[in-house]
Design a protein around this ligand. Structure first.
Ligand SMILES: *Cc1c(COP(=O)(O)O)cnc(C)c1O
Length: 379
């Protein structure tokens, strides 16, 4: 992040990562161990602490495998499934471009599908429809804007179809609390609620999948199974997708601050959106999600494309940052234009009316008041 250009008075997003005092104890451990990458002690500790955060009830905790970023995590999870080249993989039309990049980098073929009008998610029910039309070999549902996917629904989908479900939960830490039938991938990018600058992790209850992702993240070199091939031999085509000890240090310090920061994020989102909902005449709808969702962004759905565009230019003229998060839709990007898709009327309609407004932990009361004043002016 290089900081906002000077004319923006209320920036859209200001990342908040651990400061030196919180980082220092972890960095000192790196100085002492002189272990800098390749599955070092901080990476191992981060994986264990993250895994414990997914433990619910009597079930054992899943396995966490850290990776260099969320995109490579999705790619490696898909590679680990060992699907035939160009196998069709279902993805939602409304998502960050990385979802499609990862599918294509894994040598697979994205099939773009519509999302639910209330949750803005690709649902197990719509995946059933897609599976009836395309011979899809995997689904990559997205925790859209960090809001969680229904993993019980996906577990039933997996049970009735056998199709693996690789959940792109990049911005969903704290919300996507179960990894689903196959795996979920989270990002630790600076802009996500749990941040390490860059980084990511794959969460799964499938030990074989976890081992494959770890091996793929280290060039595909066999380090664990001397019976199947010599140690040091490349037995799968991987990449360098490992997390460094420095990134793990930041991730651990972020995890220390998570209990406090997640509470702050929830409270801020609640009071901010309440004051926006109270603006007379500004007809907004909101993504349907659990009340306790920890938000990474704040997206308004205006009542028409015309109103969205007016809100956008009004806020811009006031020096208030906005972003059409996740837009244009996947199949509108030139590099993705060849991807297979069915008409996506819901996503198309959302794309015309969505707008992200400033939201982050550093958004103070004066800035929030400026946003509300700007929105009131166009209501
Ligand atoms: C941020 C994001 C990614 C990419 O994660 P990186 O760690 O930046 O590679 C993928 N998918 C979605 C939905 C995201 O929001």
């Amino acid at each position: 992040m290089t900081g906002p250009p000077p004319k923006v008075r209320v920036p859209l997003l200001v990342a908040e990562l651990p400061t030196l005092d919180r980082l220092a104890p972890y960095l000192e451990r790196i100085d002492r161990s002189r272990w800098y990458s390749n599955f070092g002690p901080l990476v191992q500790e981060l994986e264990q602490r993250l895994a414990a955060s997914f433990q619910r009830g009597g079930r054992r905790a899943p396995t966490v495998v850290t990776v260099g970023n969320g995109t490579v995590g999705i790619e490696l999870a898909l590679r680990a499934l060992d699907l035939p080249p160009n196998a069709p993989v279902l993805v939602p039309a409304l998502t960050f471009v990385a979802t499609a990049n990862a599918v294509l980098s894994a040598g697979l073929r994205p099939v773009v599908w519509d999302v639910d009008p209330d949750s803005w998610l690709l649902t197990p029910e719509s995946a059933d429809e897609a599976a009836a039309e395309f011979p899809i070999r995997a689904v990559v549902p997205v925790a859209t804007y960090g809001c969680p996917q229904d993993t019980q629904g996906w577990t039933r989908f997996h049970a009735r179809t056998g199709i693996p479900v690789v959940i792109d939960a990049a911005a969903g830490f704290g919300n996507q609390t179960d990894c689903g039938p196959t795996c979920s991938i989270f990002s630790l990018h600076a802009t996500k609620p749990l941040a390490a600058g860059e980084g990511g992790f794959v969460v799964t209850r499938d030990a074989k999948l976890a081992r494959a992702v770890r091996q793929l993240s280290n060039f595909g070199i066999n380090l664990t199974d001397p019976k199947s091939a010599p140690i040091g031999a490349v037995t799968m085509i991987g990449t360098n997708g490992k997390m460094s000890e420095y990134h793990a240090a930041v991730g651990l310090a972020s995890l220390d601050a998570w209990p406090e920061n997640s509470v702050r994020r929830r409270a801020l989102y609640q009071s901010y959106t309440e004051s926006i909902r109270a603006i007379p005449g500004l007809r907004t709808t909101w993504q349907q999600a659990p009340d306790d969702c920890v938000r990474s962004v704040c997206c308004l759905l205006l009542d028409s494309a015309r109103r969205r565009n007016r809100v956008e230019s009004m806020l811009d003229s006031l020096g208030i940052g906005t972003r059409r998060w996740y837009l244009p839709l996947l199949d509108r990007h030139p590099a993705f234009a060849h991807m297979a898709h069915r008409p996506t009327p819901v996503a198309y309609d959302l794309a015309e009316r969505l707008l992200g407004i400033p939201f982050h932990l550093n958004l103070d009361a004066a800035s929030r008041a400026e946003v509300v004043a700007g929105l009131t002016a166009v209501a």
